[in-house]
Design a protein around this ligand. Sequence first.
Ligand SMILES: [Zn+2]
Length: 413
Amino acid sequence: MKDKGNQEYVKRFNRINVLNLIRKNQTISRQELAQQTGLTPAGISGIVRELVETGYVRELGQGPSNGGRRPIALAFNPENGYILGAEITRQTSTLGIVDLQLKPIAIRRTSIEMGEPEKGLSLLVAAMEALVAETGIPSGKILGSGFAIPGLLDRHSQILKRSPNLGECWREVPLAEWLEVLVGRPFTLENNSNAAALAEYTLGAGQGIKDLAYVNLGEGFSTGVILNGEILYGSRGYAGEMGHTVVVENGPLCNCGNRGCLESLYAVPALEHRANLELGLYGPDDSLKSVWLEKGRVDIEDILVSVSEQGPYAKELIRQAGWSIGMGIAGIINFYNPEIIVLGGILASAGKALLEPLAQSVRTHAFPEVVQSTRIERSSVGRDAAFYGACLGVVRRLFTPEYADNIFAKERG
Ligand SMILES: [Zn+2]
């Protein structure tokens, strides 16, 4: 029996290995596959025949000859299945469907109140299924669902330990257990910053780079670190909480329970709170002050508009944020020596007003030789980075020998 099990595994391994080679090349011939895998031409022919039959591989006709008979070019068919993904946030989640090469079919932002975990998750899954129905893609063609979620996600138990950004009720939430009941197909869970880091690594600013850190500058300051091509999880999966570095002893109370964390001073809620307190005392000759007088309060969008108009109050606020965030990033650079730091989240869209003081602070606070080998750039995937990362998590898992059965399952509706 054991031998039979081994044979089955080898067969699955070879099949998925060949499929992955085809997936990673624009086109490839059977001869090249045989050379690269060490399998016999007959073995390759058998596997390719199966892959063509299941629809994952297309024959594109004859490629260029290098002397003998012209080989037939094989290519991956990214539309043989789709991935359903979601980035979950407190008020507005991003839902969408992509093909197997991450090409978006439909992406939308939907208002779902996530304050109550069980209710929020069932609304979210229902909205995702409604999106599938709208696109007309048969449900059986959705090979998996990926979820990106803020907070401490235990990578072993898949329990969400705590998520201050989603709300007080998000403690010890048995995410995997609940989604198992709700989703009805394979799914993956990833912390939102890890997911965004994966998206930048695969599709964005970090392509071809093995060591990078993604820093989300939004409601909180969480970080996803990729070292040697793999997400750095730490022992439980909680790595990357840069925003909870204490920078002011006995400073403002943070949602983690400590005082004076970087994000308690400079993340979006803190900046809005501070601007609304201080603008009353600020001289009237300021674009943000005018908005404050008119509306009674300002939010982050108003602050960013004022920055782009060179409003002195907003510029100084964002400069201070950039300088302090730079101290946190200097720590990441000293610890991990990434080749690139990718900045995402709404604050990154403040542009030079944030990036210049941030970069100067990083140069001032990190070890000089280490910082010289690090670039700092804005996210190139943009605001849907965590959504794409959620989908990538599924793709990365599906095309492994352990999950190959899900891919090759027959009789899909
Ligand atoms: Zn904190």
